[in-house]
Each structure stands twice: as structure tokens, then as C-alpha cells.
Design a binder for this molecule. Sequence first.
Ligand SMILES: Cc1cc2nc3c(=O)[nH]c(=O)nc-3n(C[C@H](O)[C@H](O)[C@H](O)COP(=O)(O)O)c2cc1C
Length: 205
Amino acid sequence: MNVILINGSPNSHGCTYTALEEVSRTLQQEGIDTEIIHVGNKAIRGCIGCRKCKTTGQCVFDDLVNETAPKFRDCDGIVIGSPVYFASANGTLVSFIDRLFYSCTADKTMKVGAAVVSCRRGGNTATFDELNKYFTISGMPVASSQYWNMVHGNSPEEVRQDLEGMQTMRTLGKNMAFLIKSIRLGKEAYGLPEKEEHVFTNFIR
Ligand SMILES: Cc1cc2nc3c(=O)[nH]c(=O)nc-3n(C[C@H](O)[C@H](O)[C@H](O)COP(=O)(O)O)c2cc1C
């Protein structure tokens, strides 16, 4: 069982990383393999809506998105971490996950998702909501914690002082591991839920 953790921050060892590392360490203690993937320090362009991925199964821009797609396909869970920029996820991360979730056509049903956000002061819940929507449009159960998954700070030292935030990360790791193990058993016992063919109506009758 394995989880990939996406660090959207340009600071590869900053506040977001500090939170993700705590989740990662806890997952490992629970017997889950982890990999932290740094996204925010790369030049990741946005989706151009060409839909080529729907025929090729890959994004036309052959970068970290296509490199990560097989890891996303094979993982049991994904944690998406973002610093808060103007009360939203940071731009590079959004470009990355728009393209990853759109182009990766592998079935995401029952992969466990979790969002983690890091802010100095505000905009954290809006960012948390923004990130959770990638999971809830993809048939992915969302792992939760004792509080919304957020830490406060402008430096890793400050984040480590956010004792409740760090505990929230550890609780998230434990809950996510439990969910992944339970889903593994559930899949063996019952299989994945049957799917209807997707109906797209674009609000036009
Ligand atoms: C462009 C930019 C916009 C930011 N906007 C916010 C914000 O809206 N609210 C907030 O609390 N902090 C904001 N911050 C501060 C970061 O979210 C905060 O320091 C975060 O913990 C940094 O995480 P990192 O070290 O992983 O990059 C902003 C920082 C930058 C660079």
C-alpha cells in the first residue's frame, strides 16, 4: 500500500513540506509506503483544454504531470499540500492537479484523498475546500482528521510550534492509513461499486 504526497509549494522544505512530512512519517509508522513529490519548484503550465489526453491517455505537455500519472494510477492514496496564496491554492499546484486529474484516465474510485494547507494567517478553509473538490468529483473518499487539515506559520520552525496543527497531521496520517487498509479489505470482499455510464448534460435538456 502506498501514498503519494504532492508538495505544491516552491519551498521544497518549507511549511507545507513540514506538514506533509508529519503525515508521511505517520503513514510509514502505520505500514504505508510514501513518496513526497515536489511540484511547486517546477515550471508547470496550465491545462489548455485540448482534450488530447482523452485519446492518448497522456497530457500533451510531457513533464512532471506525465511522470506522476503512473504513480497516481498505482497509489492507494494521495495527499495534496498547498501553501495559501491569496486565499487559494498556489498557481503552480493548481496547474499541476488540473492536468493530472484531467489527463490521468485510470480509475480513481476508492483511492483515498486528503488535502493539507499551510498559511500564515487566513484563507486556509477556502483553500482546503478548493483542494477537496478534486477528490469528490473522482469517486475518492476523503480522509479527515481531528480538525481541518491546516497548519499556521511563515517558516518550518513556526509550523512546528503549531502543536495542534502538527497533531492534526498525525491524526490525518492514522485515519488515512485505517481507511486505506479498510478499503483494501472491502475491495477484496465486495469489489468496487458498479458504475453506470456517465451522463453529461451540460444543463441542456
Ligand atoms: C504570493 C503569496 C500569497 C500569500 N497569500 C497568503 C494568504 O492569502 N493568507 C495567508 O495566511 N498567507 C499567505 N501567504 C503566506 C504563505 O501561505 C505561508 O507563509 C505558507 O505557510 C508558506 O508555505 P511554504 O513554506 O510551504 O511555501 C502568501 C504567500 C505568498 C508568497
